[in-house]
Design a binder for this molecule. Sequence first.
Ligand code: IPM
Ligand code: MG
Length: 359
Amino acid sequence: MAKTYRLAVLPGDGIGPEVTREAVETLRLVGEIRGFTLQLTTYPFGAEHYLKTKEAFSASALEEMRGQDAILLGAIGDPRLPVGMLERAIISGIRFGLDLYVNLRPIKLYAADLCPLKGKTPEHIDMIVVRENTEDVYAGIGGFLKKGTADEVAVQEMIFTRKGVERVIRYAFDLARARAKAKKVTLVDKANAVGAMDLWTRAFEEVGHEYSDIARDHAYIDAACMWMVKNPESFDTIVVSNMFGDILTDLGAAVQGGMGIAASGNIHPGKVSMFEPIHGSAPKHAGKNVASPIGAILAAQMLLQYLGETEGAELIEDSVAELFATGKLKSAGTDSGVGTREQGDWIRQSARRRASTPT
Ligand code: IPM
Ligand code: MG
């Protein structure tokens, strides 16, 4: 009997639904080719749902997701609602609720002409960021005193736990070992200014000693941004705290061609994990068939990789790379000249052709 994967799908807001549709159709096609089927549960969470029901997210949905094989999310966020309200409820709700402690973000240049940096080619840009995903200023420890008065105080704590830091560092070393690249992990932090980050320094040294085959490297976050632009080839695997990782990976997305094409996995090894493009809901581009579906399609590719469908994942990645190689797209953004739908169709046709061509 064909294998069935149960997926929770949250298309979300803005361009979320249209890019998610391309990702889901691509997964279905790969299923046809590789012999698996999908059983989808689609959740309506997002601005429309909230405005209708006043429900941002639900505990019972989270419990249902725990029993699925993986989660695919499009994008969340809407200017009609208070800043960050839905993002915290849904995105952070899933990341924290399912303890998805790794935010895995590959930064890979698929074609030289996508890169805004002079003289950089795919061989220079192929790294992966392991962003801690459950602590730091995202942990929600903070608040206001005398809110709205002239004496207002606002506090948000940067929380790091030894267990939380150690487990994500260990994941990065294991990943560097599995990647056939430079076998190097770079710790990115701000320990020179943020004293608490000494915990990262010590945990990195201690865990690193268990991995004698993997080189240890270090960069402060400000310098890491500079190196990302100047010498991206110096990075292989990066491990970084939550907020610095958030910032560094938008820079990484730009270096690989744009926000529209970068993907991520929110992972707890061995447990149900969530995959999403790293771009937001981009409300002004919604419904115009101009958003790049590639971030979402590559999120689907990461999802398959996570489920162990390695050949299917490769099929998607090779087809995306082929689309870029054709030079059909004027850019990887909304001004690519090829529609959301048409890019998705093109990628699926390529996957179909690859699958039917005997090697
Ligand atoms: C990301 C996003 C989120 C984050 C926002 C939407 C809360 O920027 O996934 O990178 O800060 O983690
Ligand atoms: Mg971000």
